[in-house]
Design a binder for this molecule. Structure first.
Ligand code: ATP
Ligand code: MG
Length: 205
């Protein structure tokens, strides 16, 4: 059977259980051989706060994915100069995997709802299908209307156990010295502490 690969893009500042549950549920439901986590280099959509250095975000993704033999971390976007565009990333993986491969871009409902703001969404939809996973607070029922019929036809909607956690909340928690336990894998919590990411109290246990 042709290989099947899911690409999980994100800022991952830090990676958390919401990302991991989404990736694993997508893997099981769509019988993916691999899920590749691709941390953004210089994210075009995050001007509102200072993103942690790419090497820290990548290191946390490596730690978070190490225990799952189907998960991988990719340096593709962080090694690229300038902003990262999903269309370029999917072009890369399509070229690498060949036309026969099933290729998916896995996103949460919030990101999927913004797909029309991405560079060349029709081209992305030609290169791969989307797996849109449920995320608390975002209404997947709005997707069809928000994306229009052509793009929506390439979206596979996936219900997953709700994990109401965001990197924004984790950065705040770390800064205020609140626990990160059970919201990020233990080695990620340890990495955040050891490197004093997100400053101040920096996440007790
Ligand atoms: P931030 O708060 O900094 O935006 P985030 O938690 O949204 O961080 P991102 O790195 O922005 O994490 O997200 C990467 C991808 O993972 C996006 O497609 C996003 O929709 C998805 N995602 C993030 N958190 C969850 C969650 N709790 N459940 C399902 N999908 C999620
Ligand atoms: Mg986000």
């Amino acid at each position: 059977m042709a290989t099947a690969v899911g690409i999980m893009g994100g800022t991952f500042d830090p990676v958390h259980l919401g990302h991991l549950v989404a990736a694993e549920e997508a893997r099981l439901r769509f019988e993916l051989d691999r899920v590749i986590f691709v941390p953004n280099g210089n994210p075009p959509h995050k001007p509102e706060y200072v993103v942690s250095p790419a090497e820290h975000r990548y290191a946390m993704v490596v730690l978070a994915t190490a225990s799952n033999p189907h998960f991988e971390a990719s340096r593709l976007e962080i090694d690229r100069d300038g902003p990262s565009y999903t269309v370029d990333t999917m072009r890369f993986f399509r070229a690498e995997l060949g036309e026969a491969a099933r290729l998916y871009f896995i996103t949460g409902a919030d990101a999927m709802l913004e797909a029309l703001t991405w560079r060349q969404p029709e081209e992305i939809a030609r290169l791969c299908e989307f797996i849109a996973v449920a995320r608390p607070g975002y209404d997947l029922d709005r997707l069809a209307g928000a994306l229009g019929p052509a793009l929506y036809a390439r979206v596979r909607v996936l219900g997953i156990p709700a994990v109401e956690v965001s990197s924004t909340d984790l950065r705040r928690r770390a800064a205020e010295g609140e626990a990160l336990r059970y919201l990020v894998p233990p080695p990620v919590a340890e990495y955040i502490r050891a490197n004093r990411l997100y400053a101040e109290g920096n996440g007790g246990d």
